[in-house]
Structures are given as C-alpha cells and as structure tokens.
Design a protein around this ligand. Structure first.
Ligand SMILES: [Zn+2]
Length: 403
C-alpha cells in the first residue's frame, strides 16, 4: 500500500487519462509535471460537531429560547430567528445553503430524505477524524488522548507520492491534530492548537509573501495575547487566518482546514456563541471560495469538500453532547446517565462544490451514507483510485462527482 504510484485517472478527467496514456507510452512528461498542470486542487474543510439541524435548518427554536443556553434571547432572536425556514437558513449559513446547495452537492438534511452517519463506535472526534482521513473504522481508537495514530491517513500516503510531496498543508484549531496525522511519521505540514505559524519561505516572486510575513508575525502575537476559552483549542479566526496566508503564499495542491469553535461552544452550553461560530464558519467558506477564484492557480480548478466529524443530541437535555453507547460506558463516563449514548450524535453532513462536482443540490439518499466514504471521494477528485491507497477503504460517495 505504500509504493509510489503515478496518477490513475477517473473517468471525468479526460485530459488526464489521455496524458497518462501518452506518458506511459512515451515518458517525456514527468508525473510531477503532469500533476502540476492538470490535476485539480483540493480544499478540505472539516467542521467539528456542527449539527445538520442548524446547517440545513438555521437556528433551533427550542434552544434559541432557552435561557440556560442564551444570555440575551431578544438579541439572538433578532439576528437568527424567522418563522420562515428559508429565511432562517439565510440568516445562519447562506453560503452553504444558497451557493453550495445550488451549484454543488449537500448531504445530510435528515428532514429531506438525505442521510449520512459516521460508522465508528465512539461518536467523538479522534475516531471521527481517523475515519474521515483513512476511509475505515479503527475500533482500537477509543479516546481523544494525544496518542500517535498508528493508522496511515490518505494524506500521509499522498505526501509520499510523486508530485504531492510537501504539497499538502493541514490547519486545525485543536492541538490533537498532529497526533491524528502522526506528524512525526508522516512529515505532513501541520499547524494546530496554539502553535505559532512559521514565516513562509517562498522561492517564487510571489508579492503576497512579503505582506504575509508581517501578518503572520502579528497573528502569532495576537494568538499569544488573546486568551482562548479552551485549553486545547484556539479560536477559528487564527486557524483560518493562518491557512489563508499559507494558501496565498505556498499554493499547496491539497489544503485542509479544521474549524473547532462550534463543538466547544456547544459543550460549554453557549447556544448564542455556537450560532455566531456557525455563521462565521459560513463566512469563512465564502471567503475561502472567493479567494480561490481570485487566484489563477486555483480558479475553476479547485474542488472544495466539507464534512463534520460527528453530530450532537437533539434536545435541551443533550444537544451539548455527543457520544455512543459504548463511549458513555468507558471513555465518557461523565455522560453515563445517557445509557444509550447521545442519540443522533452519529448523524453528520457533507457538502462539495467545484469543477468536478455535480450541480445537484441536496442529494436524496436511499441508504445511509457513511463517513468512511470521504477518503475515496477526496482521492477520486485528485484522479486517484482509492485502492492504490488502501484496498480496505470504503468506496467514494455516489452522486457527488460529475461523470
Ligand atoms: Zn466535542
């Protein structure tokens, strides 16, 4: 599973198939050059614990009006509530619903026959990100502890393939990400938790580089000065800001951004801050997409895919939490009153947009789609058959990639 491979094309990237065939006959074009010029770029955004209920339905009336979770109900209502469901969606995540939801694919709106779940038996983050980035479930992962992941993610594998070395960058607000991607072994570029962002060296005449150095210094300083509400997670503004600067200066082929505020504000029982973060996350998606379309290296050549690591409970008693029946008996004993686990925390959502993504809108499903299918979908968008990475990984999502 670890041998170097050249690209294997998918059906819909005809020029890549053609050039692959040509280079196998007459290897004048190196694999690296082929990937540089033809392979679409990929941007992955993972959002921690943002429920499908808000993503596709806007503010939840029963939580919005609960003074246990909202400090100023009038203020929050004025900003996020409307009796019309479409208007509610517009107020919270307009880019997701109106732009991706029309020009791309969205999955997971369980009120409209679209269903997707995680498959791991824990329903919390480390096993979830492992599932997303390996396409498989590892039953031995039963905590969020900082343990070097024994599993090889598809990004670690990709980082060793011709043309992708050092072309992948991962940004996360959570300080466990270097362990999920086993940075020691994988050699992946990861900036996570409260790590300073290194000043970026570039050999090109990129005018962004000079500006970026000053901005990185300032953001590193602010990161040190602004207290985070959490011990292990920084504010998304820092994660997104660092990722955007990296994108503009280094122009990687694969960029991963993990946003985490939604999960932590939910755990804190702050529904107001959770909604503000969801709205800001939507603004980041819009800004990211606009930024990509204003860069020649990415314009019309970049697919963006989005997924959540887990869902949460549905009601006032349990929306803050997420855990499986197995997890509440072991790792999450603080939730042991919920004997069956947190019902609904297995429900996740997915969205995608780009030149190789169908203009489908909501994808209705007949069977539950799985978080394990993300890895193969991501690789397919890079023109790579998932079996080259791992024959045990689940197949790509059907109905997402254009034929
Ligand atoms: Zn959580």
């Amino acid at each position: 599973m670890m041998q170097n491979v050249t690209l294997v094309s998918m059906k819909n990237i005809t020029p890549v198939i053609l050039i692959c065939l040509l280079c196998s006959l007459a290897p004048v074009i190196s694999a690296a050059e082929l990937i540089n010029t033809k392979t679409p770029k990929l941007v992955i955004v993972t959002i921690d614990g943002l429920r499908w209920q808000e993503a596709f339905g806007g503010a939840d009336e029963k939580l919005l009006n609960n003074k246990d979770f909202v400090s100023n109900i009038d203020n929050l209502t004025a900003r996020f509530w409307n009796t019309d469901k479409q208007e509610r969606k517009n107020r919270l995540m307009p880019f997701l619903n109106n732009v991706i939801g029309k020009n791309g694919v969205i999955i997971g709106d369980r009120n409209n026959d679209s269903e997707m779940s995680l498959t791991n038996k824990q329903h919390f983050s480390f096993p979830g990100y492992n599932e997303i980035f390996t396409g498989k479930v590892d039953d031995n992962l039963t905590s969020n502890a900082k343990i070097l992941n024994p599993n090889i993610t598809f990004l670690e594998w990709l980082n060793k393939q011709v043309g992708f070395e050092n072309e992948i960058a991962i940004f996360s607000g959570w300080d466990v990400f270097p362990f999920i991607f086993n940075r020691e072994r994988s050699g992946l570029f990861i900036n996570a938790g409260f790590e300073n962002m290194p000043l970026l060296e570039t050999h090109s005449q990129n005018p962004k580089a000079q500006d970026a150095a000053a901005q990185i210094k300032l953001m590193n300083q602010l990161q040190a000065e602004i207290p985070s509400p959490w011990e292990t997670v920084r504010h998304d503004a820092l994660t997104y800001g660092f990722a955007k600067l990296y994108l503009q200066v280094k122009q990687p082929k694969v960029l991963v951004i993990n946003l985490g505020e939604t999960d932590d504000f939910a755990h804190d029982g702050k529904y107001d801050a959770y909604l503000d973060s969801a709205k800001q996350t939507d603004d980041y998606l819009r800004d990211l997409w606009t930024t990509l379309q204003n860069m020649p290296a990415y314009k019309n050549n970049t697919n963006m895919i989005i997924i959540t690591d887990h869902g949460r409970g549905n009601d006032a008693i349990d929306w803050r939490h997420h855990a499986s029946k197995q997890a509440v008996q072991n790792y999450m004993t603080a939730l042991s009153d919920f004997e069956g686990g947190i019902v609904g925390s297995e429900h996740i959502w997915f969205a995608a947009m780009g030149p190789n993504i169908k203009s489908q809108g909501l994808l209705k499903t007949t069977t539950e789609l799985s978080q394990t299918q993300f890895a193969a979908t991501a690789l397919a968008l890079l023109g790579i058959e998932v079996s080259l990475y791992d024959v045990a990984a689940a197949s790509a999502l059907k109905g997402v990639i254009s034929e």
